[in-house]
Design a protein. Structure first.
Length: 106
């Protein structure tokens, strides 16, 4: 099981936030669902990763960009990975998940 060390802080913040909506049942229920989803013991499986060689490969014919890539540090790579993950989740993840499950397991 993979545990996020920040989960207790997030749950506590959501519980405090929930108090603002004493008269709004729908919002309290939505916050409760969020808290429950965090509290569940779930195992997560990695999908992919990114390394500097991947970035070089993406810009194989662009010498100027390769110079900028050489200067990227671990913090820059973490930013890139985060933005790639966000982009993937926003654009492809759910559709790809559905198609792959249907093709592979149905």
């Amino acid at each position: 099981m993979r545990t996020n060390i920040h989960e207790p802080i997030i749950v506590e913040a959501l519980q405090d936030y929930r108090k603002r909506f004493e008269d709004e049942l729908d919002k309290r229920q939505a916050i409760d669902l969020a808290i429950n989803s965090i509290d569940q013991d779930r195992e997560f499986f990695p999908i992919t990763s990114v390394c500097k060689d991947d970035v070089f490969h993406a810009f194989d014919d662009d010498k100027e960009t390769k110079k900028a890539i050489e200067k990227m540090d671990d913090g820059d790579m973490e930013t890139l990975a985060s933005k790639l993950a966000d982009d993937y989740c926003e654009q492809l993840y759910w559709d790809s998940l559905k198609v792959i499950v249907e093709l592979t397991f149905m």
